[in-house]
Write a protein that binds this ligand. Sequence first.
Ligand SMILES: [Zn+2]
Length: 85
Amino acid sequence: MKATPRTTGRKLQRMRAELFARCPLCVECERLGRVTEATQRDHIKPLAEGGADDDSNVQALCDDCHEAKSRTESTRGRWRGRRRT
Ligand SMILES: [Zn+2]
């Protein structure tokens, strides 16, 4: 699977601003009934797994939820490609 190139620079700044204008609160906290300001632009499906870098694949998260998600993804990454003998 090919990883999607990450958007950078001015275009990224604009995409971040648009996301937080649309979803100022962390969606994961909202699901749990908490109200937390979103600070992270998160890719629902990671770029490393071929996720798109556009509005259809991003969500607003707070630092804590973003970190928890990243940790899950890196664990999954370690397991990927490993074969049973
Ligand atoms: Zn959160």
